[in-house]
Design a protein around this ligand. Structure first.
Ligand code: ADP
Length: 278
């Protein structure tokens, strides 16, 4: 009977601990949800007025009465845009955490998307004397089905980092691929730079959130440390995978592999084969 009492006590003790653990887990999840909702709301509330600041400063740039005025308005605009980028990152990150980020796939031109992102980076690359190169396999179709905005975001993050962390030399974006199943291509996109590189011990962490190789005290480069975490998440949501290869002082190569359906000609409304569209 004594044994039975002990056993009953053990069972009730285990049950009590499990219930406590479950309650703690529920509380942690609720706190996490509250944090995501707060970040999402706050980001949204900040984004709306910031759009006003950026929009109006653009108008001011165009109508400035003197070169000084134009320069001031330009500074407001670029600072506002930098802030918007940070806010959008925080918003995306909180959506990812809350599993609320959705993809909206449609037909788009991947080669054009890469060129557009590259052209936007030209001013900062030109200032540093970096050559921006694009090598899109000529035998590949250019139109695929994926979320064009999110694909642009992935490329902007990878190319933007490559330019940011390179002082001279080049940044080369290369796309190669092979047809897998009918109408589906496995694409390998790599962004290679001749920049500062990443030490071996940091390589495993660069895709983690809020991770920056530079410590906060001696930071030379601005950023939230969220870009690559979001990039990896977006690529994984598209069914792909991402990697990095780097050597300190020589440069880095970030790449991702993804399988995408080719856009049907009828979706393009033109009926032209992809190659003729270049
Ligand atoms: P951030 O907004 O700080 O750039 P990311 O998530 O995009 O955040 O990158 C995380 C860190 O990885 C960067 O702070 C930088 O230390 C390192 N990193 C990313 N891309 C490169 C690159 N092309 N060359 C060297 N370091 C890089």
């Amino acid at each position: 009977a004594g044994d039975l009492v002990c056993l009953t006590q053990d069972i009730s003790e285990t049950y009590r601990r499990e219930t406590e653990l479950e309650e703690a887990r529920d509380r942690a999840e609720a706190a996490n949800r509250a944090k995501s909702a707060f970040l999402a709301n706050m980001s949204h509330e900040i984004r709306t007025p910031m759009n006003g600041v950026v929009g109006m400063s653009e108008l001011l740039c165009e109508t400035a009465l003197s070169e000084d005025q134009r320069l001031f308005a330009e500074t407001i605009r670029s600072s506002g845009e930098a802030l918007l980028t940070i806010i959008n990152d925080v918003l995306d990150y909180s959506k990812i955490e809350a599993s609320k980020l959705r993809l909206y796939p449609e037909a788009f031109d991947l080669e054009r998307c890469i060129h557009e992102v590259t052209v936007l980076l030209m001013p900062s690359a030109r200032d540093k004397g970096i050559q921006l190169l694009v090598d899109f396999d000529l035998f590949l179709p250019t139109r695929f089905v994926a979320d064009p905005g999110r694909m642009r975001q992935i490329l902007t993050n990878l190319l933007g980092n490559a330019v940011k962390f390179t002082q001279n030399g080049h940044v080369l974006t290369r796309v190669v691929g092979l047809e897998r199943d009918k109408g589906h291509y496995e694409l390998h996109v790599t962004v290679e730079d001749t920049g500062i590189g990443i030490a071996r011990e940091h390589l495993d962490h660069v895709f983690g959130e809020f991770n920056q190789v530079e410590s906060a005290s001696n930071r030379k480069f601005e950023g939230t440390g969220l870009g690559l975490a979001i990039t990896r998440e977006l690529i994984q949501m598209m069914g792909g995978s991402v990697w990095v290869d780097s050597e300190l002082g020589r440069g880095s190569s970030f790449g991702f592999r993804i399988v995408l359906p080719v856009a049907e000609p009828r979706e393009e409304g033109l009926g032209l084969p992809a190659l003729e569209m270049r």
